[in-house]
Every structure is written in C-alpha cells, then in structure tokens.
Design a protein around this ligand. Sequence first.
Ligand code: AMP
Length: 322
Amino acid sequence: MNHPDRRNLSLLTPSGHLTLGNLLGALRPMARGQHEADCFYGISDLHALTTPHEPTRLRDTVREMATLLLAAGLDESTLFLQSRVPAHAQLAYLLECTAYTGELNRMIQFKEKGRGVDSTRVSLYTYPALMAADILLYRPQQVPVGADQRQHVELTRDLAIRFNNAYGPVFTVPEVAVPAAGARVMRLDDATRKMGKSDASAAGVIALLDPPDVVRRKVARAVTDSDTGPDAVRSDPAKPGVTNLLEILTACGGSAEGITTYGALKRAVTDAVVAELEPLQKRYAELAADPAHVDGVFRAGAERCRAVTAPVLAAAEAAIGL
Ligand code: AMP
C-alpha cells in the first residue's frame, strides 16, 4: 500500500547505459521503497543536454533507460520524462531569477567540468537551478542524495528559503537526508573508481544488458592482487579489488563460504551476477518488443506529474508577480 503523504523523488540522467552499480545502488532500493511512499522517478533528459550530445543517441539512451526502469519493477511508481513536464523548465527560470552568480560559481561540478572553457554550455552553469526546480515542484520532505549531489540540495534549500522570504511561503524546504548505506559498486579494473554509466563500455563496468559471456569475460579480468595465502579471499581495505568482488557477490545473493581462490571467487561472482541480471534482461526483452506499452506508462506518468506540479508552479508565478 502506498503512503500518499510521503513522497520519494529521484531523477536519473540518461548519460549512458545503466550499470550493475545503478541497479544495486539505485534501482533496487527504489523498487523496494515503492510501498513506503508515493514515488516519482524521472529520467532527466534535460540534464543530458548540458554537455555535448547527439540527438539520436540521446533518444536511444532514454528509451533503453525507460524500458529498464520498468523491467526493474518500478511499475508501481510514477515514471516520467522531465522534458514532458514543462513545469520543470518553467520553475527553473524563476529560480535562476532567485539564485546569485556567486552561488553558481561555487558549484563544484561546474568548477571541475566547465568553468573557464569557452565552449561550456550555459545550461551546465544554470543546471543547479533546474535541479532545484526538479525537487521543489514535488514538495518532498527529504531528499536522500550521495555526497556528490549534496551541494546542489543545499543550494535548493537556500533558494527555497530566499524565495519564501522574499515573495511568500510557496516552497517546502526539503531536508538533506543521508541515504541508507547501499552497495557502492566499484569498477572491476580499478576498484578505486565508481562503476559509472558514463563509461559503461569500459572493461571494468558491467552494463545491465551485458549478455552472460560478456559478464564472464569482464569478471574474469577483474583486478585482484598477488596474495595466494589461505585467507586471500577476504574483505580488507588493503584489498580493494577482492573486497569489491565480495560485495558484488553478496549483493547479488551469492555466498563466499568455502571459497579460497580468486578463480573460484570470480566464477561465483559471474554466476551470481548472471542470475541477478537474467530476469531483468528477460523482462527487458519483452518490454522492448512492446514500445507502445512503455510509452503509455511514461505518458500517464507525465500527465500525473503535470497535475501534481501545476499548483506549485502557479503559486510561485503568482508570488513572484507574474
Ligand atoms: P549516476 O549514474 O551517477 O547518475 O547515479 C544514478 C544513481 O545510481 C544514483 O542514485 C547513484 O547513487 C547510483 N549509482 C551510480 N553508480 C553507482 C555505483 N557504482 N554503485 C552504487 N550506486 C551507484
């Protein structure tokens, strides 16, 4: 049973193929949370335009991601494309008229990825205002985000407070919540780096649609270490590669009991990951054969989002003097 007075909100940017990291760290917890709240899960296609992109590829990536969200069992949530809910871009503009350049200049992601480069898109600079709109439109009480997004949610709070003080109490000021410690999956070829979707073609990254033989090859090449002792297979900060494999194994329902060699560990990890992905890939194939169904789900989701966000946008417009 959903609890309509509690809202969960999460947006995924279609910047590449979803990975095992996204499944264990985001999609699975999102699917489990569906029964505890009224969940809005979006594909932030507008955010994908902040860096150089190719239109056909973006459309393909969005379609794959939409189908995967459904295949991952998120069908009890409101699923939508950000661009199909115009209030996101409309409120973003009002928040650009609330934010200061000094604040946006301090955003770490802009400083690292775009500042000082002539060809940086203006939207990469103003992206935090759009993200603030993404959040404030749905009035969630809490926003659970990882460390890399914390600064953006702090800015969202500052903008909401400033707007409310200047024009009237329109926005619910969300709290920054620390997400329940989920699996953090690292790359198989470099366990110091997160398994990310922007490099899903890399040897150390397992994409959710990788067939079993590709999974096997990638896991077989995973970096471990030269320890050959009887207790070599153990979680240990000094053994990041092995620790990562053990975490993947457990998160995918496997067990390391009785495993003493890296070869056996890799076989167990392969089996567990393949078993984890198999039902998802099967469901994906069914849904991919019926794109009209997927489109229908997202169309209905966007319609609901438009209804839910319209009063918030209208209140913001009225308060600011439009
Ligand atoms: P990103 O792919 O970085 O845009 O992140 C989308 C969602 O997936 C966020 O909720 C992340 O926390 C989660 N996520 C991404 N990569 C990983 C990973 N390697 N391990 C665990 N969670 C991840």
